[in-house]
Structure formats: structure tokens, C-alpha cells
Design a protein around this ligand. Structure first.
Ligand SMILES: [Zn+2]
Length: 150
């Protein structure tokens, strides 16, 4: 499989994992998947494999910019126009749904909790979304809790 930029498929994830380890701040709010894994937010063939690697990396980075960058990236892979690749990504990410609820309930970081909440919303995990709303509202920004948020 080659990347959308025609380099070998693994180049983008190699770069991401390297930055995650050495310079995670450079990844936050950076659209590192665009042009490689996503094209104008449309998922490319590599997206489900990338989702798996990001999920596998989550337990290794429990806080800070690396955690934020991982959650942000997973949010991009959690929704979108409903095609086969989106469904495949969601299938991978939903297996770790408890991780996102834990992120919210921990109160470690509002940014982390926000990404986790939006991932649960994108996955249509309605029960857990309402649990987060009712039990862990203190750890979430008020704009996410507005009824018309989505
Ligand atoms: Zn590429």
C-alpha cells in the first residue's frame, strides 16, 4: 500500500510516532493526516490501519501533549460521511470506548475530556455520552454540554 502522497504507506505514521515520542507539542492542532490519511476530510485506504495504531499508542501516553494529539487525531477518524472506511475506523475505535469515558471521568485535562466526549458523540455511544453529561459535567466545558451542541 502506498500513501496518497505516493511515499510508502508507513511514512506518515512513522513520523507521527517519532514526534509523539520526541516533540509531541508539534502535533497538537496540526493536521498531520491531511494529504496522507485524509484528503479534504475524506478517509483514504490507510485510515483504519492508522486508527488501530493510534488506539494501540493511547495507553502509553497518559497525559500531556502526546495524549492530546492522539485524542485529537482519533476524533478526526471517528466520524465523517458514512462510507465503508469510516465504519471500519469506528469499529476499531469503539472497542476502546471505555478509555474515552475514563479520560472524561479522570478529570486530568479539560482538553482531553473534550476530545474524548466528542469521540463518544461521533461514535453514537449515546448511553456513555449521557453518563458523561450527568456524572462528569464538572470536567467538561459548558459549550459541549449545551443540548444543541452537535
Ligand atoms: Zn504521505
Amino acid at each position: 500500500m502506498s500513501c496518497e502522497c505516493s511515499r510508502p504507506a508507513r511514512h506518515v505514521i512513522d513520523q507521527f510516532l517519532d514526534a509523539l515520542e520526541h516533540d509531541p507539542g508539534s502535533l497538537v492542532h496540526q493536521d498531520w493526516m491531511e494529504g496522507h490519511v485524509l484528503i479534504s476530510s475524506f478517509m483514504m485506504q490507510s485510515a483504519p490501519a492508522v486508527a488501530k495504531i493510534l488506539m494501540a499508542a493511547l495507553p502509553r501516553y497518559v497525559s500531556g501533549d502526546a495524549r492530546k494529539a492522539l485524542l485529537e487525531s482519533l476524533l478526526y477518524l471517528s466520524g465523517g460521511d458514512s462510507d465503508e472506511l469510516v465504519a471500519q475506523c469506528q469499529e476499531v475505535i469503539v472497542r476502546g470506548a471505555w478509555i474515552f469515558l475514563e479520560e472524561i471521568s479522570s478529570g486530568r485535562s479539560v482538553a482531553g475530556a473534550s476530545y474524548a466526549f466528542e469521540i463518544l458523540e461521533a461514535l453514537d455511544e449515546d448511553e456513555w455520552v449521557s453518563m458523561a453529561r450527568s456524572q462528569f459535567a464538572d470536567f467538561l466545558p459548558t459549550e459541549l454540554l449545551a443540548p444543541d451542541h452537535r
